[in-house]
Design a protein around this ligand. Structure first.
Ligand code: S3P
Length: 433
């Protein structure tokens, strides 16, 4: 039987907050210091495109908590319009957040630019980016299927916008907010279903309640003063370690300094309600974000997870792959609805989960907005080949199941974990007793 014990102090810094800290730093007047910036490929892609668009920045290693060396990023900028025309297309690699959020900033710069990505990113929907930018007066061109390459003919004359988000997407919300900061007047974003709110927290944006919906108010052409940022550990990365502890009986793991923002940490309550032994300790607020330690203890068994509330789906969108695999292995069952957005991620995650769970002997059925796991028909005797579909969260979800339960799997392209969790395999090794 496999058991995992220990203290996790080296979880990757939050990917969403790292992207935003770099982008906001590039928009702010003065020197922005970001402590504990993520080394993940996605966040490095954001630094790469900022540099290519003329922003001065450097990364250095400094002493952090628990005797660890951590990354500090220092950005120098003159404010909202400090970008320069890039000489080549801006390569966002695998990072949808980089492409979408930076598009909102490029739309407001008085030059043309082109955004491209790897083969996965070039398939992801970008019409949701182009639509609001066009309403603000920007010429945006996409491929006939609504994907990158994205050509943006930026303008300093952006019109303010009142925009109701057609899909619950924090990336779209953020790109509209970043563009609106440059507009000639106040803009409003209406969020029928809430999504992660780091951009609002970090920019100090006001939000009001209107007819039961959240409305975010963005003042136009207001200079941002540089301020320091500290990046807490990534709750989406913590979810993998939580699942490891819950799947391997007798485990006891404490994960330090995790971002517990309610728009990100809903998976913890979901798991607790299903019987998981989770305790939050040492809770405090740093830079507007709630942070704390997660203690994962052996559990007496987990009830099958049934996820259907659209608001919950939005709050746990990145954790669903791990939650599905955890629920399937722990209880034999899982059920998901209202999650069609999962088909637009780094891979079609509904299909990727179903295909791989079926290879592991689970009886699954998929439908447009979700899937169901009805039980396990067989437990394969040999090694099962898992297809990562070049998706970091698919690779890590099945790697956790294998590590915790001992079921032998072989993951195609496991290096893809570096997109968000470069020290993933090393950390798992360090926790095994
Ligand atoms: C993110 C928002 C989500 C999430 C992604 C990161 C962000 O995407 O899946 O990993 O940092 O804003 P959507 O905005 O497409 O929902």
């Amino acid at each position: 039987m496999r058991v995992f014990k220990g203290e996790v102090t080296a979880l990757p810094p939050d990917k969403s907050i790292s992207h935003r800290a770099a982008l906001i730093g590039a928009l702010s007047e003065g020197t922005t210091e970001i402590t504990n910036f993520s080394a993940g490929f996605d966040n490095q892609s954001t630094l790469g495109v900022l540099k290519s668009a003329g922003i001065t920045l450097r990364q250095e290693e400094v002493d952090g908590a628990y005797g660890r060396r951590i990354r500090k990023v220092v950005i120098e900028s003159t404010g909202l319009w400090s970008f320069q025309p890039p000489s080549d297309p801006l390569m966002c690699n695998n990072s949808g957040s980089t492409m979408r959020m930076f598009a909102g900033i490029l739309a407001a710069q008085p030059f043309a630019s082109e955004l491209i990505g790897d083969s996965s990113l070039m398939k992801r929907p970008m019409k949701r980016v182009a639509d609001p930018l066009r309403l603000m007066g920007v010429a945006v061109q996409l491929s006939p299927s609504g994907t990158a390459p994205m050509y943006i003919n930026g303008t300093k004359e952006l019109k303010p916008i009142n925009y109701r988000l057609p899909v619950p997407s924090a990336q779209v919300k953020s790109l509209v907010a970043f563009a609106a900061l440059h507009a000639d007047g106040e803009s409003r974003i209406i969020e029928p279903v809430l999504s992660r709110d780091h951009t609002e927290v970090m920019l100090g944006l006001k939000s009001i309640e209107c007819d039961g919906e959240r409305v975010i108010v963005i003042p136009g052409r207001k200079a941002l003063a540089a301020k320091p940022f500290f990046i807490p550990a990534d709750p989406s990365a913590a979810c993998f370690i939580v699942a490891l502890g819950l799947l391997a009986r007798g485990s006891e793991i404490i994960i330090r300094d995790v971002c517990l923002n309610p728009t990100r940490a809903a998976f913890l309550a979901l798991l607790t309600d299903a019987g998981a032994g989770l305790t939050i300790e040492n809770q405090r607020v740093i830079g507007g974000e709630t942070i704390g330690d997660i203690l994962v203890e052996n559990h007496a068994g987990l009830e099958p997870l049934v996820i259907q509330d659209p608001q919950l789906v939005s709050f746990i969108i990145d954790e669903i792959p791990m939650l599905a695999v955890l629920s399937a292995f722990a209880s034999g069952q899982f059920e998901l609805h209202n999650a069609a957005e999962l088909r637009t991620k780094e891979s079609d995650r509904i299909d990727a989960l179903v295909v791989n769970l079926q290879r592991l002997g689970f009886d699954c059925e998929q439908y447009p907005d979700g899937f169901i796991v009805k039980g396990r028909k067989i437990t394969p005797s040999g090694t099962v080949v898992i297809e990562s579909f070049d998706d970091h969260r698919i690779a890590m979800s099945f790697a956790i199941a294998s590590k915790a339960t001992g079921c032998p799997i072989d993951i195609s392209d496991s290096d893809v974990v570096g997109v968000s969790f470069p020290n993933f395999f090393e950390l798992l090794e360090s926790l095994e007793v």
